[in-house]
Write a protein that binds this ligand. Structure first.
Ligand SMILES: [Zn+2]
Length: 233
């Protein structure tokens, strides 16, 4: 398991940690029409790391892109021989964060590796929000996209995650920069989906943007420590 990435900005601490990897071919990883770099063919395999984020600032405990790897792997390919790290919830708990402590969940975009951990299966086989006290934030343009609206009617992984958040009335749709707590903004930005968004943290003069790099430029994603994008604007 790779070491977590930790960035402190003033009084805010961002941690990124890996919860799993999925195997994808280049053709599944990039947008149609994207030119392939030298040495990459549509069949080239990548083991794509899935990283979750946690941001602690003041009273707020913010999870970014929650992924339940065991749930996801029912729909995606596990790399051969790969043994996944502990689950999102156990890694959070190892950092002293219990599910009920989480106040906000930001989903950078609607791809399932970024949100399938936003809900969990109960012993009765139904799905409920994983973080019972949290408000969840998704880009409005993602929620309203015809693709997601269709998936919410017909695709179990979307119905059991984002669909449950919608029905549970815990979802806020973001269509403009939105301050969620002092020092933390959700910012719509170009990315992998129409409603892609990042998280900007400013604290005591610091200024860091957490986001996902568009997949069409994501050939370096074999670097497991890479959250996907973490930069100082
Ligand atoms: Zn994605």
């Amino acid at each position: 398991m790779s070491d977590p990435v930790r960035v402190t900005v003033g009084g805010a601490t961002f941690t990124s940690f890996q919860v799993g990897k999925i195997n994808l071919k280049a053709s599944e990883l990039i947008r149609k029409g994207t030119e392939l770099p030298d040495g990459i063919t549509p069949d080239t395999n990548f083991d794509l790391p899935i990283c979750n984020g946690h941001l602690a600032v003041g009273e707020a405990s913010i999870v970014i892109d929650p992924c339940d790897y065991e749930e996801l792997i029912q729909y995606e390919r596990r790399p051969e021989g790969y043994v996944a790290p502990p689950s999102l919830l156990s890694q959070l708990s190892g950092r002293g964060v219990k599910a009920e402590d989480v106040t906000h969940v930001v989903i950078t975009h609607f791809h399932m590796d970024h949100c399938i951990g936003s809900t969990m299966k109960t012993s009765e086989g139904t799905y409920v929000p994983t973080f019972p006290r949290a408000r969840y934030y998704l880009g409005a343009a993602d929620w309203n996209s015809p693709m997601l609206q269709e998936d919410l009617k017909s695709t179990p992984m979307a119905m059991n995650s984002l669909g449950v958040l919608g029905r549970s009335k815990v979802l806020t749709l973001v269509d403009r920069p939105m301050q969620v707590v002092p020092d933390v903004m959700i910012v719509p930005m170009p990315g992998e989906s129409p409603g892609h968004q990042g998280v900007r943290m400013t604290s005591q003069g610091g200024d860091v943007m957490v986001h996902r790099r568009p997949l069409s430029r994501c050939y370096g994603c074999g670097r497991s420590e890479d959250y996907g994008g973490l930069e100082r604007p």
